[in-house]
Write a new protein. Structure first.
Length: 141
C-alpha cells in the first residue's frame, strides 16, 4: 500500500492497494492476478478543500533538517508508513541538500490517523493494521 497526494487546489490523496492472488484458469494451470487498486479521497466541494490548510496540533512533527540530524533514513520513514511523496521529497533533500526543503514537515501520525498531515482515519479498531483496514475498505466497495 502506498499513498499519493497532490498539491493542486482540487487535488486528492490516494491509497493504492496491491492485490496478488493465484486464480485457477484451466485444468491445473493458473493465472497470477496482480492489481493495483486506487482508493482516492476527493473534496466534495470548494469549502472542503479549505481543510488542506489546517494545522495538525495533535501529532508530533519533524522538519527534514531534524530528520537528517537524527540520521533518519528513507527506510525508516517507509517503515513508519510515511507517504511515498514525502519519502521521495526527503530523498531529494538528502541527495541534493536542497535547503529550500529543510523546513518541510514529516508528521508522525498516531493510530488510527494517517496521511501527509495525519488528516485521515477509518472507523475501525485501533488494533487493526493499516493493511487490514484498507483490505476491509476495498472489500466493501
Amino acid at each position: 500500500m502506498k499513498t499519493q497526494s497532490s498539491d493542486k487546489p482540487f487535488g486528492f490523496d490516494c491509497l493504492y492497494y496491491r492485490v496478488t492472488k493465484e486464480k485457477l484458469a484451466y485444468q491445473e494451470l493458473s493465472n497470477i492476478i496482480n492489481e493495483l487498486i486506487p482508493h482516492c479521497f476527493r473534496p466534495i466541494n470548494t469549502s472542503e478543500s479549505l481543510f488542506r490548510n489546517l494545522v495538525n496540533k495533535r501529532d508530533q512533527y519533524l522538519t527534514f533538517e531534524e530528520l537528517r540530524i537524527s540520521n533518519i533514513s528513507i527506510e525508516e520513514l517507509i517503515s513508519w508508513s510515511a507517504p511515498i511523496d514525502l519519502v521521495e521529497k526527503y530523498q531529494l533533500y538528502l541527495d541534493e541538500m536542497d535547503l529550500s526543503l529543510s523546513n518541510e514537515l514529516y508528521y508522525n501520525c498516531s493510530k488510527p490517523w494517517f496521511g501527509l498531515k495525519c488528516q485521515y482515519s477509518f472507523e475501525y479498531s485501533e488494533y487493526m493494521s493499516i493493511n487490514d483496514i484498507v483490505e476491509n475498505e476495498f472489500n466493501i466497495k
